[in-house]
Write a protein that binds this ligand. Structure first.
Ligand SMILES: [Zn+2]
Ligand SMILES: [Zn+2]
Length: 345
């Protein structure tokens, strides 16, 4: 048996549970969890905003740890290897998987949503979902890289972001924190961070961004003024609000691309001729990320281009009370400190 923290009822606190250690199949690896990130998506699962089909469920999709056991068909890992986990389990053979577009897999499953996740001592995942984590990268960093950093990287790729281009990042939470560092790693031109939170604006400024305080004046006007009326090449919307999505489109210059990452059910309005067609701008949807993109992240972390200083990480035990408190805090997050579960041994 092992300890796990599970969602047993929508809208209720997670609970401590004792569950069997997962039995692995021939293509699986069993990982002893060393770190599991607590993500804003988990708040949505607990609250019932994102639908969970089968309960009880062990949450947690940001996972790093040691390989404990490998299936007979898994040749790329052996027991003791340090790994982090790609959270989309896919079939590998459908029309999308063969193109390397596993986020559209016909039978895809998200770890910690459609199958048990990493709020546990052990997790079973297909060998194809495990990626080696270099010794110099802490497990806590490996875990959270696999969600927010991976999605920020995918957003930059979807926006076809190139060296020298200017970029506006709307929202400086977990995604924005990675997006700024990755944009700088790609040798971006000017990078604007749009926020209303003074502490986040101060951090962004320290990290090399030109800050745009959306509380003091219209962010589009501020970006237009700073770019002599031209606008930016790329805008990332990481908040999930119709208002900032519209602003992300309006701050673009000619041939600009707005990548929408934040989730909302609201509709946005755009005047096609004057706001899109005229400047041949593009609006691009971004969903999750791809296995092929992930190996770049440990490299950015190893070279110091992607950093999560200790003051940006908080550690809790594999304990329902501590995890529920962290989820409560995330609900009205005011900083970009990420909480990571480190099970005590
Ligand atoms: Zn996440
Ligand atoms: Zn597939």
């Amino acid at each position: 048996m092992m300890r796990a923290v599970q969602l047993t009822e929508i809208g209720k606190a997670l609970k401590d549970a004792d569950v069997p250690v997962p039995q692995i199949g021939p293509s699986d690896v069993l990982i002893r969890v060393a770190a599991a990130g607590i993500c804003h998506s988990d708040v949505h699962y607990r609250a019932g905003i994102s639908k969970i089909d089968d309960l009880p469920l062990t949450l947690g999709h940001e996972i790093a740890g040691h390989v404990e056991e490998v299936g007979s068909n898994v040749t790329q890992f052996s027991a003791g290897d340090r790994v982090c986990v790609h959270y989309l389990v896919h079939c590998g053979s459908c029309e999308f998987c063969v193109l390397g577009l596993e986020q559209f897999c016909r039978s895809g499953q998200m770890i910690g949503k459609h199958r048990d996740g990493g709020y546990a001592e052990f997790i079973k995942v297909p060998g194809a979902n495990a990626f080696l984590l270099p010794d110099e990268i802490p497990f806590e960093v490996g875990a959270i890289m696999m969600c927010s950093s991976a999605t920020a990287l995918h957003a930059l790729k979807k926006a076809r972001f190139k060296a020298g281009e200017s970029i506006a990042i709307f929202g400086f939470g977990g995604l924005g924190f990675s997006a700024l560092q990755l944009a700088l790693a790609f040798d971006c031109g000017d990078v604007y961070v749009v926020e209303i939170n003074p502490a986040k604006l101060a951090t962004a400024a320290n990290m090399g961004a030109i800050t745009v305080d959306a509380k003091t004046a219209d962010p589009v006007a501020q970006i237009k003024e700073a770019t002599a009326g031209r606008g930016v090449d790329v805008a990332l919307e990481l908040i999930g609000s119709a208002k900032t999505m519209r602003q992300a489109v309006l701050c673009l210059g000619p041939l600009g691309r707005a990548a929408l990452v934040g989730l909302t059910a609201e509709s946005i309005s755009i005047f096609p001729y004057t706001e899109l067609i005229n400047k041949e701008a593009e609006i691009i949807g971004v969903s999750d990320h791809l296995a092929t993109e992930l190996p770049a992240l440990p490299e950015f972390a190893r070279s110091g281009k992607l950093r999560f200083p200790p003051e940006t990480l908080r550690v809790v035990d594999l304990d329902a009370a501590q995890i529920n408190a962290a989820l409560d805090a995330l609900q009205d997050s005011i900083d970009h400190v990420r909480t990571v579960i480190v099970p005590r041994v």
